[in-house]
Design a protein around this ligand. Structure first.
Ligand SMILES: O=C(O)CCC(=O)C(=O)O
Ligand SMILES: [Fe+2]
Length: 312
């Protein structure tokens, strides 16, 4: 397996749609084992993720995030938010050292500027915190995927998990993004209903989304209305991605979502940390019910298709 330099990366975004900065990180560490053993460690999220979990239906007025108020918050989660904030608070010329190469979608991104990044060496233990966090997110994601399969009474509860075995290597597109939505300066001219991250659905199997307490995330219901996905303290939103929707032949729905100006106003910056989970690049996603509702497509081909569609 090719092992490559760990990278911190970003995407370029249009200010009219998304006024923000992003740093995207893919962990290409050494994989020690091919199978996920379902082990949980201290830093992992301990929420129950069965009945209360969001089931991809968005017909009601509330979004069924997992409320884990009784769960002690992980120090690692505090660290990652803190270090992300430190990184985005660096002077622009320092952050620009980490801009990304053309043709690659990982790196630090500033509005309409692109270049490449190695890592934010100005932030102490940034790399190791990112590595650690990536691994914990990966473990949690595999647990969630197993629970989803069990929810389907799938003959093999690892039906989804086992197609993510290259997660964290160059053969799988799973990525961690640190997102920073800068505060809007007093007097800055912002359109009414300004969207900060445009309407989209995520591409992969699932996304684990950590957000701060500012709000602003909205999901679209089946009747087309956008509803707030209120931040719930110490909780993680699990979002169904488009590939899992295909895989489950629409039994799970991948909701369109967006980020608007936070409920708590425009004068604070907002932070979120999505962990985008993908099946292995070469895995051909087919409808698990044996139907031909969607033609088979590899995860890699699907990602390219979606990227091409959005860059037209
Ligand atoms: O910032 C957020 O809360 C969500 C961002 C998002 O949906 C994405 O990056 O795909
Ligand atoms: Fe998203």
């Amino acid at each position: 397996m090719e092992s490559v330099q760990k990278t911190l990366a970003t995407e370029s975004v249009q200010k009219t749609l998304c006024h923000g900065e992003r740093a995207e990180y893919t962990y290409h560490g050494e994989r020690t084992d091919d199978t996920y053993h379902g082990e949980r460690t201290e830093d992992t999220y301990h929420g129950e993720s069965t009945e209360d979990t969001y089931h991809g239906e968005s017909t009601e007025d509330t979004y069924h995030g997992n409320d884990t108020r009784d769960v002690p918050k992980s120090k690692l989660i505090d660290d990652i938010f803190h270090k992300s904030k430190e990184f985005f608070s660096l002077p622009n010329e320092v952050k620009r050292k980490y801009l990304l190469q053309p043709g690659c979608y990982h790196g630090y991104c500033e509005y309409r500027k692109e270049a490449w990044v190695i890592l934010g060496e100005e932030i102490s233990d940034f790399q190791s915190t990112l590595d650690n966090f990536f691994e914990k997110c990966q473990q949690l994601a595999m647990r969630v995927l197993e629970i989803i399969a069990r929810g389907f009474n799938a003959e093999d509860p690892l039906i989804f998990v086992k197609e993510h075995k290259y997660c964290g290597t160059t053969e799988n597109k799973t990525a961690l993004r640190l997102a920073w939505y800068p505060a809007i300066a007093d007097g800055e001219d912002i359109k009414k209903d300004q969207v900060r991250c445009g309407e989209h659905s995520d591409y992969g199997s699932i996304t684990l989304l950590l957000q701060d307490d500012l709000g602003g995330l909205q999901a679209q219901t089946q009747d087309g209305k956008f509803i707030d996905v209120h931040p719930i303290k110490d909780s993680i939103v699990v979002n169904v991605g488009a590939l899992l929707q295909r895989w489950t032949a629409d039994k799970l729905h991948s909701p369109v979502h967006r980020v608007v100006i936070p409920e708590k106003g425009r004068s604070s910056s907002r932070q979120s940390i999505p962990f985008f989970v993908f099946p292995d690049d070469m895995y051909e996603v087919k409808c698990m019910d044996g139907s031909d509702k969607y033609p088979p497509i590899t995860a890699d081909a699907y990602l390219h298709l979606r990227h091409d569609a959005t860059s037209l």
